[in-house]
Design a protein. Structure first.
Length: 168
């Protein structure tokens, strides 16, 4: 049987509770082009948007400005979303229709654990193992643990991210 995805949309207040980025800050970030335009006069975010916001909030916590943090967060957002949905975290499939990964990826993408960014945010290195990570510690300014961010996002969310339904 064929299936389709129905992505849950989260409000600005829900996004604040999940990501830690306040509604007023979201408004400011939207004005500067970091967040998408309003949908029908209201802010709405899907799991991918929440993943990006969660990564950006983690970067903001250590003092990285939006001009650097948002491009890096966007790069990490797909991998964080892939981790959640392919592990079926936040996925409702009441009829057991899903028999494949929700997000197609290469084997390499599945193995990436950390994003290592330069001080200027102009270079990102994707790291798969702790041994490989050690080699980057001398020149690094920021390390994002994608598994940790996926866990943070899943733990703070009260709703499912996507529901799998029969396709008509």
């Amino acid at each position: 049987m064929a299936w389709k995805r129905n992505y849950t949309k989260f409000t600005a207040a829900e996004a604040e509770a999940i990501s830690g980025i306040g509604v007023d800050r979201q408004r400011d970030l939207r004005r500067h082009g970091y967040l998408p335009a309003l949908e029908g006069g209201h802010a709405r975010f899907d799991v991918s948007g929440l993943a990006i916001m969660t990564a950006a909030a983690a970067l903001s916590e250590v003092g990285i400005p939006p001009s650097v943090s948002w491009p890096l967060a966007k790069s990490c957002g797909t991998l964080i979303t892939m981790r959640l949905l392919n592990a079926r975290r936040g996925v409702a499939d009441p009829q057991g229709l899903l028999n494949e990964d929700l997000i197609k990826s290469t084997a390499d993408a599945k193995d990436i654990r950390w994003a290592v960014a330069s001080a200027q945010g102009d270079k990102v290195t994707w790291v798969r193992s702790a041994e490989e990570l050690v080699g980057h510690l001398n020149a690094v300014s920021v390390i994002l643990d994608l598994d940790l961010l996926a866990d943070r996002l899943a733990d703070r969310t009260k709703k499912v991210f996507v529901t799998i339904e029969p396709q008509a």
